[in-house]
Design a protein around this ligand. Structure first.
Ligand code: ACO
Length: 323
């Protein structure tokens, strides 16, 4: 059976780091409020001349280096973003050109903060079905471009960045002992579209718009749906919470992450946390966390890693893989 195994990880964070006090200069907020309600201490913002594709290319290069591969060995790029440089072409094709790749195919996936999980599931499908042997999966965002800087309930939460993984086909026997992606679980419910949305776009206002969120409602859905999808994916893989070595959650809010870990009966020592340093980087948050944890030497071959995320749509899902 064809399995999609992680061969390399990489990430890129823009140079500019902004701490919580930055917001207290112009808004009625404080470092104490932001830390205690979200766990966020700082985030990175892209420079004016940096676009999502620039961040994505840097992360992609790092992941290829880490995998010991050249760009021309890659068959496909699947890139998750909600903050593309242009309405079209896709950021993925810009990355393809930026890496000097002249073969294969590239496309974007848009599932907001669940985007990387959706992209991984797509890449897994491409590898399993034999359409690709090596896939670069990227999450890249510049959410600083869609903030309402007068809204203290949203602008303090988000940051910019990019992360990438290289997946390669490997033979497995179809059991949960295989290395690679073991199961995926994807969900959306468009009835909740107004809870978290951007109030502009080509088909409505003709402008990019800014992010709007009913934070407390999103919070409640997140806690309920994230543990649920993780359990379903584990079940599909024939595993349960006891088998999990690492949970790599979407880094939106420390309280959501802790509540999800608690529902999954996982100690916080098994949870990868980057939210304090990155804030919420939407589709980039999971590959950023994977890459940072990989650099820290956290993952050992054979470890069971669960990635889960939720975002606008609402869309949510999870991936279970063996490192
Ligand atoms: N500083 C100070 N006060 C604030 C701030 C701030 N930055 N933001 C909101 N408040 C105030 C509100 O105005 C409100 O004041 P009021 O009572 O006078 O009206 C009060 O704090 C409580 O507001 P709530 O929204 O109920 O606060 P809550 O405890 O829920 O925390 C937060 C808000 C942090 C946004 C929380 O709801 C949350 O994290 N929700 C999930 C958001 C999220 O993670 N979204 C992303 C997930 S999906 C994705 O990643 C795209």
């Amino acid at each position: 059976m064809r399995r999609a195994v992680v061969r390399g990880t990489g990430h890129y964070l823009p140079e500019r780091v902004v701490d919580n006090d930055f917001f207290a200069q112009t808004l009625d907020t404080s470092d104490e409020w932001i830390r205690s309600r979200t766990g966020i201490e700082r985030r990175h913002f892209a420079a004016d001349d940096q676009r999502t594709s620039d961040l994505a290319i840097a992360a992609a290069r790092a992941a290829l280096d880490n995998a010991g591969m050249q760009a021309d060995q890659i068959d496909a790029i699947v890139l998750a973003t909600s903050t593309p440089d242009f309405t079209f072409p896709s950021v993925a094709t810009m990355v393809q050109a930026g890496l000097g790749m002249t073969r294969g195919f590239a496309f974007d996936v848009q599932a907001v903060c669940a985007g990387f999980v959706f992209a991984l599931a797509n890449a897994d499908g491409l590898i399993r079905s034999g359409q690709a042997d090596r896939v670069l999966v990227i999450g890249a965002e510049t959410f600083s471009r869609i903030m309402d800087w007068t809204d203290r309930g949203t602008c303090v939460l988000f940051g910019d960045g990019a992360g990438a993984v290289v997946l390669e086909v490997a033979d497995g026997d179809g059991s949960s002992d295989d290395r690679g992606i073991l199961s995926t679980d994807l969900n959306s419910d468009g009835r909740y579209k107004d809870l978290l949305h951007v109030d502009g776009g080509v088909g409505s206002t003709g402008t990019a718009g800014v992010l709007r969120m009913q934070g407390n409602l999103v919070f409640r859905h997140a806690v309920e749906k994230l543990a649920d999808t993780a359990h379903r994916a584990l079940d599909k893989a024939g595993l349960d919470s006891d088998d999990v070595d690492w949970l790599v959650p979407h880094q939106a809010n420390l309280r959501i992450i802790s509540a999800t870990a608690q529902k999954m009966q996982l100690p916080m020592e098994k949870v990868v946390l980057t939210v304090a340093d990155h804030g919420n980087t939407s589709a980039a948050s999971i590959p950023l966390a994977l890459s940072v944890a990989d650099r820290q030497g956290k993952f050992q071959e054979g470890d069971v890693v669960v990635a889960e995320g939720i975002g606008g749509g609402l869309s949510w899902g999870s991936v279970v893989l063996r490192w």
